[in-house]
Design a protein around this ligand. Structure first.
Ligand code: ADP
Ligand code: MG
Length: 371
């Protein structure tokens, strides 16, 4: 869980800070009628640096697993303005081409550096390429291909699973190259919008790094792992997902375009929740014991509310329910490893969305996948 600092606007209008980190992965929410403590693997409060988030969230280990051939995913979720994009990319993505201070770089840039370091230390046996997509209104768009964004078809084949037809995948070997791809894509994501903020908060963005082990040695020494004939080429992925804002669009007044958007988001987030299975009997609380002293029922229709339901039930995994889950099928499947970063605002005005995000995160924490 990452709690962002109060913004200047929030401070100026006198918003109360209602979220506090208690240390040891505990986070406390206190307001007039609410008092709740939640436990997580890690909590980063307003003072936590980008580096602390990278090192303390397990992101480095995730990069290592991806280089070892696992499908790895990191999700940032939370309401609009809670710090998802900041956590993933730093403030870089919000201001025009202004070089951000290295200290503010997000999980993405830090992971790229880590990945390239590992690639070098393995003697450049890894071939790296990137693809960058967004899902807006259940349409998949390529953020790397030039020209106006157009919808690409999502297909399925026995050998490849779900894939996006004609999706661009760009090879890279340096940090500059991948950071420039990230910038290009994020800019395209923004400029394709009529209403700037609303668009980016109503779309999911997925940056995927494909990591293939190159067959460099045709005659590996006996017993050595990395040669072409000694071990089949591994293919890992590292996928960064900047999810659409999780706030509920008010039932009243959501009509026309807005309700189409809301339905698309609900559909994909709902499907995402349904595609995980929960391990029966594992409590959400700190160190294995439930410490939540206030548990509101999850708001009806909130996607992850479904997560808590199928306790022990083996249900068919409905990847086909949404484009997002289809694209993430490999990552969410048996050998996939996922890091979820719940972003919250500390402001009293965001209390109900904050509680909803924390409940969502508590449920997500109970999810395990089986190979
Ligand atoms: P989201 O992507 O969830 O809509 P943003 O990442 O755009 O939210 O963050 C909203 C605002 O808060 C931005 O101006 C961002 O720079 C600022 N912000 C978010 N997290 C932090 C943080 N940890 N430290 C400082 N500023 C932050
Ligand atoms: Mg954002």
């Amino acid at each position: 869980v990452r709690v962002r600092p109060l913004t200047c606007t929030e401070t100026r209008r006198g918003d109360q800070q209602v979220v506090h980190s208690l240390g040891d992965g505990a986070v406390h929410v206190s307001a007039a009628r609410h008092d709740a403590t939640f436990g997580f693997s890690a909590v980063f409060d307003a003072g936590a640096s980008q580096e602390a988030v990278f090192e303390g969230s397990g992101m480095r280990q995730l990069v290592e697993l991806a280089t070892d051939g696992f499908p790895c995913t990191v999700f940032a979720f939370g309401q609009t303005g809670s710090g998802k994009t900041y956590t993933l990319m730093g403030p870089l993505a919000q201001s025009e081409a202004q070089p951000a201070s290295p200290a503010l770089l997000g999980l993405m840039q830090r992971s790229f550096s880590c990945l390239l370091e590992q690639s070098r230390s393995r003697g450049s046996e890894l071939a790296l390429s990137a693809s960058y997509l967004e899902i807006y209104n259940e349409q998949v768009r390529d953020l790397l291909s030039p020209g106006p964004p157009c919808a690409l078809p999502l297909r399925w084949s026995k050998t490849r699973g779900f894939y996006v037809e004609n999706q661009l995948s760009v090879e890279f070997e340096s940090l500059e190259a991948i950071v420039s791809l990230l910038l290009q894509g994020s800019q395209r994501r923004r400029t394709s919008a009529h209403a700037l903020n609303r668009h980016s908060s109503r779309s999911h963005a997925l940056l995927t790094i494909h990591i293939r082990s190159r067959a460099v040695s045709a005659h590996p020494a006996p017993g050595e792992g990395w040669g072409a004939s000694a071990c089949p080429s591994k293919q890992g992925t590292l996928c960064f997902v900047d999810l659409a804002g999780s706030e509920r669009v008010k039932e009243t007044g959501s009509s026309g375009e807005l309700s189409v958007e809301a339905n698309s988001i609900n559909r994909s987030l709902l499907a995402l929740g349904k595609s995980w299975r929960t391990r029966p009997g594992s409590p959400a609380g700190l160190h294995g014991s439930p410490v939540t002293s206030f548990v509101a029922p999850p708001p009806a229709g909130h996607c992850i509310s479904l997560l808590a339901k199928p306790r022990g039930k083996r249900t068919h995994i409905p990847y086909r329910d949404s484009k997002l889950t289809r694209l993430l099928a490999r990552s969410l499947g048996g050998s996939g490893i996922t890091l979820m970063v719940a972003c919250i605002s500390p402001s009293s005005r965001c209390l109900s969305e904050t509680l909803s995000t924390l409940h969502y995160a508590s449920r997500a924490r109970r999810v395990t996948t089986r190979p």
